[in-house]
Design a protein around this ligand. Structure first.
Ligand SMILES: [Zn+2]
Length: 429
């Protein structure tokens, strides 16, 4: 017989028919995963356009979450359900097509447009340049407006040199001329608040021996100068009167669309975290904490630079000193290889609690600790001196910021177990 944790022991009893299902320690157990799957699938569906800025995908996802907060029974926080703020963002709302000879390239698979890329329509003649030539390039060497630079990294090029070359290529696309970068690395997209004057294309190709002489581009880009987006709030008050507030948060925005035919579903990042947050909200609404109110926050604007959480820590109506803890959930869809706690080494007491609870529940194989990192919405809070942890899962799913981060590719392997860990962590607080 395998080693038993408490949960598996109970499950073993049930499977043996010795226990009636009603005596499960947490009655919510059975319904957690179907609910989380339903939320994740909805957020990842094409109807939310990758929760970006084309077709107001992010805002429509926010409205969907506000409805869900209401349906669960969460209350407004200090009279507000939302906090609106402005963003400037470069978007690709319609045409995003690339042709190499007679071959139409597949967006997201064969190429990405740089998040700051400008638009372009027509044939782009390409002049090959190596790393040294690009780094030495001072502009003005060609005059034809339809000539761009193509860069194909040589085998021995170091990561640091490639970084320098990319920075220079960005500068060239910003002011000078179009850029095509051939790459053999996994394509990873992002979202940017600024726009170059010229196109910048990242072409994934492992088979090329010589760079292409030209490409046909039809890329339309559009800067949205003042998009209004919103953080969404839902409160579960403590049973006894208390000043203490715990924040459980997850960002719901993602990268949106790269043209009318391609969107980034953002299943792991971060429909999964929102699903975990809502699962916890649903449970705590039924069984609130005795001494702490819990504020659930769905953040917008994370992918463009933690804009939602920065907006919240600056809000005059928020008393930061009343926040006892921030638990930020981002990338919760796997867990086969454990979880990592960012800020774990800065707040060792809370990290140790998570380790102990995980040991008792045998939820994931390992709970790793990291130091400070500006990689999600916990960061603006811990920078202001509020204890804030960011938990993400690790596993075989490496689909990060690409078109393959789909609902279908999520394993939800340790989702229910992690739900129990977070619930216990909050209850013990
Ligand atoms: Zn994320």
């Amino acid at each position: 017989m395998p080693r038993f944790g408490f949960l598996s022991f109970v499950l073993y009893w049930i499977s043996c028919g010795l226990f009636d299902a009603q005596v499960l320690p947490s009655s919510e157990q059975e319904s957690v995963l179907p609910y989380a799957r339903q939320i994740t699938a909805a957020l990842c569906s094409p109807s939310f356009d990758g929760r970006g800025y084309v077709n107001s995908g992010c805002n429509r996802a926010g409205n969907y979450l506000l409805e869900e907060f209401k349906r669960i029974g969460l209350l407004p926080f200090q009279g507000r359900n939302t906090q609106a703020f402005f963003l400037e963002v470069n978007t690709f709302p319609s045409q995003c097509a690339v042709r190499s000879g007679h071959k139409t390239l597949q967006p997201g698979v064969d190429y990405l447009v740089h998040p700051s890329s400008g638009g372009y329509k027509g044939k782009l003649k390409l002049i090959p340049m190596n790393a040294a030539e690009i780094l030495a390039y001072s502009g003005g060497s060609f005059n034809a407006p339809r000539e761009g630079i193509v860069f194909m990294p040589s085998k021995g090029l170091s990561r640091d040199s490639l970084k320098l070359v990319r920075t220079k290529l960005e500068k060239i696309a910003e002011t000078e001329r179009g850029v095509v970068e051939i790459t053999t690395e996994k394509l990873t997209w992002s979202v940017s608040p600024r726009a170059f004057r010229f196109p910048y294309l990242q072409r994934y190709d492992t088979s090329l021996t010589t760079p292409p002489k030209h490409l046909f581009l039809n890329i339309q880009s559009e800067i949205q100068a003042k998009v209004v987006v919103q953080n969404c709030f839902g409160l579960v008050p403590s049973v006894e009167p208390s000043d203490s507030l715990i924040l459980v948060c997850a960002h719901y925005d993602h990268l949106g669309r790269m043209g009318k035919d391609t969107y980034f579903p953002g299943a792991n990042d971060n429909a999964s975290g929102v699903a975990m947050m809502l699962s916890l909200a649903r449970e705590l609404q039924q069984n609130p904490l005795q001494h702490h109110s819990v504020l659930f926050v769905a953040f917008a604007g994370e992918e463009i630079g933690l804009e939602g959480s920065f907006a919240m820590v600056q809000a005059p109506w928020l008393a930061l000193r009343k926040i006892s803890m921030v638990l930020n959930l981002d990338i919760l869809g796997s867990g086969e290889e454990g979880i990592t706690v960012v800020n774990g080494s800065i707040f060792p007491k809370y990290y140790q609690q998570l380790v102990q609870i995980n040991d008792a529940l045998k939820a994931v194989p390992v709970v790793k600790s990291r130091g400070k990192a500006a990689n999600s919405d916990h960061f603006p809070f811990s920078e202001k001196g509020v204890p804030a942890l960011f938990v993400y899962t690790m596993g075989p799913n490496k689909n990060y910021h690409d078109i393959h981060d789909t609902y279908q590719n999520l394993s939800f392997n340790r989702f229910e177990q992690l739900f129990e860990v977070f619930l216990e962590f909050l209850k013990r607080f």
